[in-house]
Design a protein around this ligand. Structure first.
Ligand code: PFF
Length: 454
């Protein structure tokens, strides 16, 4: 086993919380959450999402952090170190595959955001709602441009990672997070005060419980919660492996969950009031283009909108980059720790592979239904990737992690790692119950229910 120092470690507690929050906060909060709420019927999705975050994801985050810090290795190496000669390392393997799969479509959307910095600052997107939608369709149909943007995102991510863990990730996140939150608050206040905003607020906040019987809504909310909190594929495990022994995992996990969920909810307070202030707006059909078509309209309603728009997409791109960095770190840490590759070689090979897998998403996304659709299943490659990895691979990874920590490695060892200070926080027995019973049963039922109803 390698020492913490040799693998790099976090400079400070707030540095780690910010870096883990930087991984969690990204396109998932500001692009994914409103898009999914729109497709999932509004407030009912929000209710299932919040329940998933508290009852399932928070316990699993603690489990991942404790495994990583106990073993001090990458996901595959950690399982092998804790339970040698077993097949549990395959859970880490699944996470590594999920990492490459998620990064492949994530970098495409991050590339769209990068381009929108330019479009909004230069005032290229003007006109009514239809013109803005057409602009987005034409832009995403421009293959050479979307491929170049995807490559730019991947290249930047790889360059930051070559610098090692602490210096690159911590510095970027410390700068970005407070500014992002302030800007979101300003935009939410403006959106809520637009004419017509009330309909958006009621769509977002008043649940229609009849949709609770739809397994697709429940599955999508669970998958979105995993995706948004960077869980189920070993990212938090890997980050935990760089965390000092003296840190309190409970408060670290609590902070990350509160920040991430707060920012996602805030994004909803911008998109739905602003969206419903546009006549004919239908959140259920907007798909991946939702924020790219609603927000430019909002910026045009603001004094200095070009500046606001540019700043918003710059921050969104930076938030996406702190997430891409954490996703790429998972397969890279594996090649370094388990296969003894050099860091630059691992980064180069994984980045090149991810870029190849990103090509069909960059070229054939189904935004607004005007671009290439996959013939048999009628959805775009990008939507397919998002559904497979987010809705199935991440919850499956979480399910196996809960079984591993709850029943195989054991909650006693995990608790010893979580509660090194022996503070015996009263929530710890609740955590044991959730990780052993609630997480495996709830995720198992949701996956089976969804699989049988497809
Ligand atoms: N949580 C990130 C977001 O919400 O944008 C995406 C992500 C990062 C997913 C890291 C998975 C992961 F391991």
């Amino acid at each position: 086993m390698m020492s913490t120092e040799k693998r790099g470690s976090w400079g400070s507690r707030s540095g780690f919380v910010l870096a883990a929050a930087g991984s969690a906060v990204g396109l998932g909060n500001i692009w994914g959450f409103p898009t999914q709420v729109g497709q999932g019927g509004g407030a009912v999705f929000v209710v299932v999402y919040l329940a998933s975050v508290v009852l399932i994801c928070l316990p699993i985050m603690l489990a991942e952090l404790s495994v990583g810090r106990a073993a001090q290795l990458d996901p595959v190496g950690s399982f092998l170190a804790l339970i040698p000669n077993s097949r549990w390392w395959l859970v880490g393997g699944l996470g590594i595959l999920a990492g490459v799969g998620i990064l492949s479509f994530y970098s495409v959307i991050a590339g769209w955001s990068l381009a929108y910095i330019w479009f909004t600052t230069t005032g290229s997107i003007t006109g009514d709602a239809d013109t803005i939608i057409t602009f987005f369709s034409n832009f995403t149909a421009n293959g050479p441009l979307t491929i170049t943007l995807t490559l730019a995102i991947l290249t930047f991510t790889a360059t930051v990672l070559i610098g090692g863990v602490q210096s690159g990730i911590e510095r970027a996140t410390k700068l970005m997070m407070p500014v992002l939150i302030i800007l979101l608050l300003v935009l939410a206040i403006r959106a809520i005060t637009l004419p017509g905003a009330a309909a958006g607020l009621s769509y977002y906040l008043r649940p229609d419980f009849s949709r609770l019987s739809d397994p697709a809504v429940i599955n999508a909310a669970l998958g979105q919660a995993f995706f948004s909190l960077s869980l189920g594929m070993g990212t938090m495990l890997t980050y935990g492996s760089y965390l000092h022994r003296k840190e309190n995992l409970l408060s670290v996990a609590g902070w990350v969950v509160v920040l991430d969920t707060g920012i996602a909810l805030l994004a909803g307070f911008i998109i739905f009031p602003a969206g419903f202030s546009i006549s004919g707006f239908d959140p259920s059909t907007s798909g991946p283009g939702l924020i790219f078509t609603v927000l430019p309209r909002l910026f045009s309603e603001l004094p200095g909108g070009q500046l606001f728009g540019g700043a918003f997409f710059a921050l969104l791109t930076m938030a996406a980059l702190t997430s891409t960095i954490s996703i790429l770190e998972v397969p890279v840490a594996h090649l370094i720790d388990t296969h003894k590759w050099s860091r630059p070689r691992a980064i180069l090979v994984i980045t090149a592979g991810t870029f190849l897998l990103a090509l069909p998403s960059a070229l054939g996304n189904g935004a607004l239904g005007v671009l290439t659709q996959l013939p048999l299943i009628g959805i775009s490659f990008l939507d397919l990737m998002a559904a497979v990895w987010n809705n199935f691979a991440l919850p499956l990874g979480g399910l196996l992690m809960a079984i591993f920590v709850g029943w195989v490695w054991g909650t006693d060892d995990a608790l010893a790692e979580i509660d090194r200070q022996n503070a015996r926080h009263p929530s710890l027995p609740i955590w044991v119950f959730l990780i052993r019973w609630v997480c495996p049963v709830a995720i198992g039922v949701i996956i089976l229910y969804t699989a049988f109803s497809i």
